[in-house]
Design a protein around this ligand. Structure first.
Ligand code: BT5
Length: 256
């Protein structure tokens, strides 16, 4: 199956806000974008590709996508935010994607779609030290037109599967970049509004969850909110609430 390529002219029209670089193939758009950042690229660089063959997830996991069936995109920002607000960048990226594709968010920023809330997008935000100061690379992978037999895990889905129609991959990227601009402006100028928007899109808050922590431990309870640092609040059976800043969340069941 030969799928359409990205439409370079439509993406070039987004300049000067976004400078979109389309690579025929690459290991990881995040790796390329980070290197460009170290070499001095300005905020607004967007690296995308027709074929990402060594995509990275969090915690050294892999992110897989067939050629031209998905969007692998990295956006370079150079935020002048106080350090404690950098932790909101991954959630901000999640809000932008969820708005673009009408998805819901599993904390911190997996985007889920469909009646079974399957994963359609993964996000990896990395902080890069560069000679011009710290930069953020927002790495976003969206399954646009994967077919059921191309899904890497049973709990994944694609826009095409959920919508039952062909997906305009370039159009999704154009909308995504507009939503990133809006969500980023909220993060800078109105973080409380961004936090409210995040909560409204959250599929996690209100659920019984288990957090699998990077330390190897786990924490079960009710997801009761998001704190000012973007951490997930989990209230345990004994009433104690703990904030989780990193880890994988498993949704158990909604509150009765
Ligand atoms: C993520 O990690 O979900 C972040 C993925 C970020 C990918 C983008 S693509 C553009 C940019 N360049 C990169 O190199 N990366 C970013 P995590 O939460 O750790 O989830 C990874 C897990 O998701 C894997 O272990 C698989 O189980 C599953 N997975 C892999 N490929 C998938 C896909 N296409 N759709 C749904 N799930 C997938």
């Amino acid at each position: 199956m030969r799928r359409p390529s990205l439409q370079a002219e439509r993406l070039a029209a987004l300049a000067p806000t976004w400078q979109v670089e389309i690579l025929a193939e690459t290991t990881s758009t995040n790796a390329v974008c980070a290197q460009r950042a170290r070499d001095g690229a300005p905020e607004g660089l967007v690296v995308t590709t027709e074929h990402q063959y060594a995509g990275r997830g969090r915690l050294d996991r892999v992110w897989e996508m067939p050629p031209r069936a998905a969007l692998a995109t990295s956006v370079l920002l150079r935020p002048t935010l106080p350090p404690e607000r950098w932790t909101w960048l991954p959630l901000m990226a999640g809000v932008a994607v969820a708005r673009t594709i009408e998805g819901r968010l599993k904390w911190p920023n997996d985007v889920l779609l469909g009646p079974e809330l399957k994963k359609v997008c993964g996000i990896l935000v990395e902080r890069i030290e560069t000679p011009a100061g710290p930069a953020a690379v927002l790495g976003i992978g969206i399954n646009t037109s994967l077919t059921p037999d191309e899904l890497p895990i049973p709990h994944a889905t694609s826009l095409q599967i959920e919508r039952g129609e062909e997906v305009d991959r370039t159009g999704v990227l154009v909308t995504l970049l507009a939503e990133i601009a809006d969500a980023y402006a909220l993060l800078v100028h109105d973080p409380e509004e961004l936090s409210a928007d995040y909560l409204a899109l959250s599929a996690t808050v209100g659920m019984r969850v288990r957090a699998e922590l990077p330390s190897g431990g786990a924490l079960a309870g009710t997801a009761s909110g998001i704190d000012p640092y973007g951490r997930l609040l989990i209230t345990q059976a004994d009433g104690l609430t703990q904030a989780v800043g990193a880890g994988d969340i498993v949704h158990l069941r909604p509150l009765d």
